[in-house]
Design a protein around this ligand. Structure first.
Ligand SMILES: Cc1ncc(COP(=O)(O)O)c(C=O)c1O
Length: 458
């Protein structure tokens, strides 16, 4: 141990007291701020503090509480959540039904024995089969999106006996080594190459490129196990493909004997105005990956789902893929409550309606500020606003943050800000955030695109 046990006990005692407090005293706040800053500096990564400096003038702001469609920092400043945890908070923050379900389960049992059968894992798997399209039926539950991708890729290899993959430029599927092979940003991949050596990337949104990749691989005997796609690219910049894209890719996969893995980790659970984004086009994947909002905005959980004829490869050897915490009771009951809330409150329909009216308002803003705002695009409540450069994207997100609205760029660049509020967002919160956005657009536009007024000498 690097510190005496008595010091560690003192620290942990203070932290536990703080966690149990309803209201923080001023010296608690100061202590938390200092512990947080020095913790990032010395024990997490000082680079994160530097990054916050770039996106916010108050880069030491510390999040402390959240509820419904907003969260609060430690000083009590409230932010409207227009980011939604990159697709985590579809049901809002700490939805009361999800929270009370998790608390009740916690009072009975938190984690599983690892040996007996778990009721809520089984019930969740049935519900996932019920809400997913086509013959998707069997689920494996992990703890994150990237784990879901790992499992999906392994299952595709098992089913096809092939080892290669096709993914898209601009794709983001996670950062563990298998998923990273399909992820498409050089900066994330290069230090770790060759990862999975036979993962080819083609431009997104044009099925001809997929066809040519499948054809070439077929010709040279390097057959493709699966084509991996997001139905709308999130981190790549909220890229919506043409309406016939996924149906054509589905067809091509069937023709070339490759599976279609669809990553709905960000687009799923109602985000784009349907339960799953593929439902817009009636396309049924061979393997569907879920994460983020699957946990009801309260617990971490991811899943990959496939039909019986594909899952059968795991029947004789279920332990070919396993994880200690995946499918734990707390995460499963949170997911069950989340699915209940999505259907009960008709959140996919709400995303469609609110997203439609918001898109009209964003397009009106774009017409007013054509030099500042290059494009707005998206589906449901998954929208992107593009600016001419990363710097201007940063400036707008900083302005919004300072005025109490959280947005963020994508992992590929900051010039596209994404708007992914909870699907429970109210009209009043949306109007308030849009009013703030208009103010920030005016300020940034005046700074960069309006001629400076030269004072007239008399
Ligand atoms: C489309 C998509 N796939 C996979 C992932 C990885 O999920 P996780 O960060 O939970 O591993 C993400 C995360 O942003 C994502 O947006």
């Amino acid at each position: 141990m690097k510190a005496p046990a008595s010091d560690i006990l003192k620290d942990t005692q203070r932290i536990l007291e703080i966690i149990h407090k309803e209201d923080l005293a001023a010296d608690d706040k100061g202590w938390i701020q200092e512990m947080t800053r020095s913790g990032y500096e010395n024990f997490i990564n000082p680079g994160i503090l530097e990054y916050r400096k770039a996106v916010s003038t108050d880069y030491t702001s510390i999040e402390w509480a959240d509820s419904a469609n907003s969260f609060m920092d430690i000083n009590g400043k409230k932010y409207i959540d227009f980011l939604g945890g990159f697709g985590v908070f579809n049901m809002g923050h700490r939805h009361p039904k999800v929270v009370s379900t998790v608390i009740s389960q916690l009072k009975r049992q938190a984690l599983h024995s690892q040996e007996l059968l778990e009721p809520f894992r089984a019930m969740l798997a049935k519900l996932v089969a019920d809400i997913t399209p086509g013959d998707l039926q069997y689920s494996f539950f992990g703890n994150s999106g990237t784990e879901a991708m790992e499992g999906a890729m392994k299952l595709a290899m098992l089913h096809t006996g092939r080892k290669s993959f096709v993914a898209a430029v601009g794709a983001f599927h996670g950062k563990t080594l298998g998923a990273l092979s399909a992820t498409a940003r050089a900066k994330f991949r290069q230090p770790f190459l060759p990862i999975l050596p036979d993962c080819y990337h083609v431009p997104y949104g044009d099925a001809d490129f997929i066809e040519s990749a499948l054809k070439c691989a077929d010709t040279v005997g390097n057959d493709i196990a699966a084509v991996i796609l997001e139905p709308i690219q999130g981190e790549g910049g909220i890229n919506v493909p043409p309406d016939d894209y996924l149906a054509r890719v589905r067809d091509l996969c069937d023709r070339y004997g490759a599976l279609l893995i669809i990553d709905e980790i960000q687009t799923g659970m109602g985000r784009t105005g349907k339960m799953f984004c593929v439902d817009h086009w009636g396309v049924i994947p061979d393997i569907l990956c879920l994460g983020k909002a699957l946990g009801g905005g309260v617990m971490p959980i991811g899943a990959f789902v496939a039909p019986k004829n594909i899952w059968e490869h795991l029947f004789p050897e279920p332990w070919l893929h396993s994880t200690t915490f995946g499918g734990n009771p707390l995460a499963c009951v949170a997911a069950i409550a989340g699915i209940h809330v999505l259907l009960d409150e008709k959140l996919p329909e709400r995303a469609d309606k609110m997203g439609g009216s918001m898109m009209l308002k964003l397009k009106a803003l774009r017409r007013r500020f054509p030099k500042l705002c290059v494009d707005v695009r998206g589906k449901g409540l998954m929208m992107g606003i593009e600016f001419p450069s990363d710097e201007i994207g940063y400036e707008v997100s900083k302005g919004l943050f300072d005025s109490g609205v959280l947005v963020a760029g994508t992992l590929f660049h900051a010039k596209t800000l994404r708007i992914e509020p909870p699907l429970t967002i109210s009209q009043q919160e949306m109007d308030q955030a849009l009013g703030i956005m208009e103010k920030v657009f005016k300020e940034v536009n005046a700074k960069h695109f309006e001629p400076k007024k030269i004072p007239v000498r008399r």
